[in-house]
Design a protein around this ligand. Sequence first.
Ligand SMILES: [Zn+2]
Ligand SMILES: [Zn+2]
Length: 414
Amino acid sequence: MRRGDSVRAMSSAEPPPSAADCGLQILWDDRLISYDFGPGHPMNPVRVELTMALARELGVPELPGVRVETFEAAGDDLLELVHEPAYIAGVKRAGATGLPELRFGLGSPDNPVFPGMHDASALVAGASVAAAEAVWTGAAGHAANISGGLHHALSGAASGFCVYNDPAIAIAWLLEQGAERVAYVDVDVHHGDGVQAAFYDDPRVLTISLHETPRTLFPGTGFPSESGGRGAEGTAVNVALPPGTGDAAWLRAFDAVVPPLLRAFRPQVLVTQHGADGHALDPLAHLILSVDGQRTAYAMLHRLAHETAGGRWVVTGGGGYELVQVVPRAWTHLLAEAAGRPIDPETATPEGWREFVRNRTGEIAPRRMTDGTSVVEVRTWGSGYDPANPVDQAVLATRRVVFPEHGLDPMTDL
Ligand SMILES: [Zn+2]
Ligand SMILES: [Zn+2]
């Protein structure tokens, strides 16, 4: 069966999941907003607070099959699945004394020390582990931790606003339960370096990261040549996109890389990281996505979770520094998609939410759930390759490195 030329055509062959198939557990605790590096830091937790407020105003938690659950903070045993004990001790010390621990990356401009740093970070990690547990045990088909997705944290150091690497810890927990194949797809504008590093030599974990090229953006890694260690060749996948990449090209790159690899790998669980910082308004990066383009990718990942991973889908947030105009709408769309009841992009944002935004931030809230580009068609790889196009060049570079390791032809559909 040949895939069609658009998501719509693809969806006619593969029916979109119905709400009855889904079942979504949202892991939430108001204390998650204590993950706060302080005034002036780009990663202000108001973004998750506004997201939950918008999702509630639009009735997402009341949708059929949706439950909001609390959870425990991750204990040291869980954190140590990924992190060195000396680093965890350093985080605890820094959070208690307020003093920097620079050898652990704590106290730098990116990762300032804040009171209770360990507890707040362990809470985020606990939410992602609880999401993985819900999906692994079958308590829910899908589970989401929008405060998670702290993908830059390394085994022995904080990095890029990330203290504990909650997606890596959740994946490590799944492996400990006996999972043999876990796929991780990261659509944050930055390379998912910490998750890649945690499983670089592990053939059980496929990591795929689509991001702005490391030539122009932190963390300076994520080239196509980073493709997995010995015995795990082809299980790290990096699509390094040029600055200025917009919805159509971004979705084309996603479609050319992610579905074929997930179909070949057949994960038991799909873990996804949804940094919203690829948006045109994001202050820290240089892609020009819209909320509508991001929403389209959520729908594609949802469909792929059902098609390739038995519907077992763990969803995390990630970066996203346009705190009012972008993140709340993007992740409310994400939660509604995971609930199997996507929100029509033309929907108005509720007046109650706009007022909350005004009072909480002094900003004028967006009036609609769309950026006005709500029909985002995907031009598939099969519909033509343009050797002069820098996005097509980036896609082909990745396919050439990793596709043969999965028995796939990098040129297929050219
Ligand atoms: Zn579903
Ligand atoms: Zn990011």
